[in-house]
Design a protein around this ligand. Structure first.
Ligand code: PLP
Length: 365
């Protein structure tokens, strides 16, 4: 079948899956992104033919011609979301439709074909079903799902490729913070920017990450955990971290995050926090925040808390800020009350421990 919005997945079970004992050992302490399940999804695309050959098959290396377009011109996009084991033994995902929609807008920006959202969500269901034994059962564990798509055409000419491969792999992950939530220190990069107006900042593409790595290395060099990027035009306003959006909590009950003007990745965690904060009675504003104001408001005490957010760590408090000319603390370097409350609310919804008033949780099994 091709071209339509529905595809039948051929299921080819792994003939040599990891044994139950070995799997249990791997799940005891999986870390992040190091342990993988027995299967993967592959779906092919060819211009004129559409999407075809949808499969769930044994996870393994994929043959790649050295002239595959992605290796030269980086036509690649990805997504990241989690499947959770619920208390009653079921399995859920958090807002997979939002990831499917973002995968379409990322594809449009990178001149790639649009994967029908139904196929995206269905591919996740199929992989979760066959690899369900890999979902950690503990309080903090989850199965991280990584859908991605790249230009697979063998061609060195510069134009959008005519052939693509869409895949999904899955990785069991443990608690992001072992031993409690710890605030991070961020580095305000003087040298590097992440995204310019008209660029690819709003697309979830590997290229954005490639360009963030030198800045991240600079952050580590400066003794920080993460880099925070300023806008590329004036180098005045806060955009986001390398892979997380940022929020500011003020003493007048206001919560602020920079607006989505094209240079910031529209995070699904960001969107959920805007909703939850509004419902909790905070005044929620999407407006630019300058680094100068960040510093001044931290000094005056008006700025109480700052946090970063994204699927992997949910909400990470920011306790310190460092830049070439100095450094300052937020909230004495301790996690803030509003930050931790929003974190708990969101985690409880994701794990089925609190009512899902917004229809965010999708049952898989
Ligand atoms: C994925 C990502 C985020 C967070 O998005 P979520 O949907 O909340 O996981 C934030 N910034 C960047 C640059 C990202 O790639």
């Amino acid at each position: 079948m091709s071209g339509g919005d529905k595809l039948d997945f051929e299921i080819r079970p792994n003939p040599a899956p990891v044994s139950a004992a070995d799997r249990a050992a791997l799940l005891a302490n999986p870390g992040f992104g190091r342990v993988f399940t027995d299967h993967m999804v592959t779906v092919r695309y060819a211009e004129g033919k559409g999407w075809y050959d949808a499969r769930v098959e044994a996870r393994g290396p994929i043959p790649m011609d050295p002239a595959s377009a992605v290796l030269h011109y980086a036509q690649e996009i990805f997504e990241g979301l989690k499947a959770y084991r619920t208390a009653d033994g079921g399995v859920t995902m958090f807002r997979p439709d939002a990831n499917a929609a973002r995968f379409v807008t990322s594809a449009q920006r990178m001149a790639m074909p649009e994967l029908p959202p139904e196929v995206f969500v269905d591919s996740l269901h199929k992989l979760i079903e066959i690899d369900q034994e890999w979902i950690p059962t503990g309080e903090d564990g989850s199965l991280y799902l990584r859908p991605f798509m790249f230009a697979s055409e063998v061609f060195l000419g510069v134009r959008p490729a005519n052939e693509y491969l869409y895949m999904v792999i899955a990785s069991p992950v443990g608690a992001y913070f072992t031993g409690g939530v710890k605030p991070v220190t961020v580095w305000v990069s003087p040298d590097y920017t992440r995204a310019a107006p008209g660029g690819t900042g709003a697309a979830k593409c590997g290229g954005n990450y490639a360009t963030s790595l030198a800045a991240q290395a600079e952050a580590i060099e400066a003794g920080c955990d993460q880099v925070v990027f300023l806008d590329a035009v004036e180098r005045r306003f806060v955009d986001e971290l390398g892979g997380m959006n940022v929020f500011f909590v003020y003493d007048d009950n206001t919560i602020v995050t920079p607006p989505l003007t094209g240079t910031i990745l529209p995070g699904i965690t960001r969107d959920a926090i805007l909703t939850l904060a509004g419902a909790a009675g905070h005044v929620v504003e999407e407006r630019p925040v300058s680094f100068a104001d960040w510093q001044a408001d931290a000094a005056s005490g008006r700025l109480r808390e700052v946090f970063a957010c994204g699927t992997a760590a949910v909400i990470t408090p920011i306790g310190g800020v460092r830049f070439p000319d100095g450094e300052f603390l937020i909230g004495g370097g301790e996690p803030g009350r509003v930050t931790m409350s929003l974190r708990e609310q969101l985690v409880n919804i994701q794990r089925g421990k609190a009512a899902d008033e917004y229809g965010w949780v999708q049952r898989v099994l």
